[in-house]
Structure formats: C-alpha cells, structure tokens
Design a protein around this ligand. Structure first.
Ligand code: FES
Length: 158
C-alpha cells in the first residue's frame, strides 16, 4: 500500500492529509542532507585548453596544462567530457571514466584518500579503476595518460 492510500484509509481530512504530505517532504529533504556522503571536491569541469574527443568510445584528447594549472597541483582533478583526470597526491596522472559502473552517476576524486568515490551510493575505486568498495561491481574504465617532455601537455587515450 502506498503512503497516500494508507493515509486515505485512515479517513483523515484533506488538510490533515496535506500536513502529512508536507511533513514527509520536509523530512525527506532533511534526510537527504543528513545523509550526504563523504564529500568529493566540487565538480571542476575542464573547458579551455582541451582538444580532441572527450566523450564516447573513442577518447583521445590533449590538455594544455598551462591553461589547466590546477592539474599541476597534486591532489587536484578535473572532468573533461566523460573523463575524470586527476593529478594524484603521489604526483601521477590518472584518467578514468567519470561514469560510475553502478548506476551511471558522476564520480569524483578524493584527495584525502587518493581514490575515486561515487557520492551516490559510496562505491570506491582505486586510481586504476578497480572497485575497492561496492555496490559497484565492475571497474571504471581507465585511460592512458602521457605527459609531454616539457610537462605542459597531457594526452589521454583509450
Ligand atoms: S551510482 Fe555510483 S555507487 Fe551507485
């Protein structure tokens, strides 16, 4: 039985029913705030200084790090199309699908844990994409990264 059917079965007045509905809405809103998962950094979308294909199955793009300087700071990340690029706390680059393999929500990088978290149901992934904690069962797709000799261009390929 749904909530509305249950409340109507109690024979309550319309105004009382509305109070229940509003209370339910308020509690839901409060509950979702209290249930906020471990925070990931705000979704920092890349835009400038990127050329190539950042979405779909033929990922192949370059990032001008002189225009995306945060990616020269260990523990930072950006999202380019379908790909999350992180400069890990150990100063290595990782590029992974941003699409969680559980239900397709957007994952984020956690500096403190140096890993990937899906904030929707708390799946955790290593920087190689391996599942460290479910509910996700399949790994994130990992892409190859290559840094230019001068350290100013990062290439991401499938
Ligand atoms: S969508 Fe990522 S854990 Fe559920």
């Amino acid at each position: 039985m749904k909530r509305g059917q249950f409340l109507r079965s109690l024979g309550l007045s319309t105004s009382t029913l509305m109070a229940f509905y509003c209370l339910g809405t308020t509690m839901t809103a409060c509950g979702s705030k209290e249930d906020d998962p471990d925070p990931v950094d705000p979704n920092p979308s890349g835009g400038t200084g990127v050329t190539g294909t950042t979405t779909g199955s033929a990922i192949n793009f370059t990032i001008d790090l002189t225009k995306n300087t945060s990616l020269k700071t260990a523990g930072e990340f950006k999202i380019f199309g379908d790909v999350l690029v992180a400069f890990s706390t150990s100063s290595t680059y990782a590029a992974l699908s941003k699409i969680c393999t559980h239900e397709g929500n957007t994952v984020g990088y956690r500096k403190a844990q140096n890993d990937i978290l899906c904030p929707f149901h708390q799946s955790e992934f290593s920087l190689t994409g391996a599942v460290e904690q479910g509910p996700a069962a399949a790994p994130l797709k990992a892409y190859k990264t290559s840094l230019s000799a001068d350290g100013n261009t990062l290439t991401v390929t499938a």
